[in-house]
Design a protein around this ligand. Structure first.
Ligand SMILES: [Zn+2]
Length: 104
């Protein structure tokens, strides 16, 4: 799967077929699994990259509303940056409650 193969509706275009990523299970890289979450995670929903970022974190291209952002069941976010054909993975800040348990 390449970032450039994902369309603005959240479909992965593969061998002429459109495969919706929402509802699919995808491999998540180590950098987005800081708490030891499983590698295979289901994509719960799609939003747009603009919700969080104005520019690509990799090449600084300006995002527009056609750039999707996928959110997995464990809160990892993935932006397929077709500007530079890169998958951007972002994790949310961990809540205080979780940190406390982690220190114990
Ligand atoms: Zn880019």
């Amino acid at each position: 799967m390449k970032a450039a193969e994902i369309d603005e509706d959240g479909n992965w275009i593969h061998e002429g077929e459109k495969i919706p990523l929402v509802g699919s299970t995808i491999p998540v890289p180590d950098t987005a699994r800081l708490r030891g979450e499983p590698e295979q995670q289901e994509v719960l929903y799609m939003t747009t990259a603009l919700v969080k970022y104005d520019n690509c974190l990799s090449c600084n291209e300006h995002f527009d509303e056609t750039y999707p952002c996928f959110v997995t069941e464990y809160g990892a976010r993935m932006i397929p940056a077709r500007c530079c054909d890169t998958f951007l993975w972002i994790t949310e800040k961990i809540g205080e409650e979780y940190d406390g348990r982690n220190d114990a």
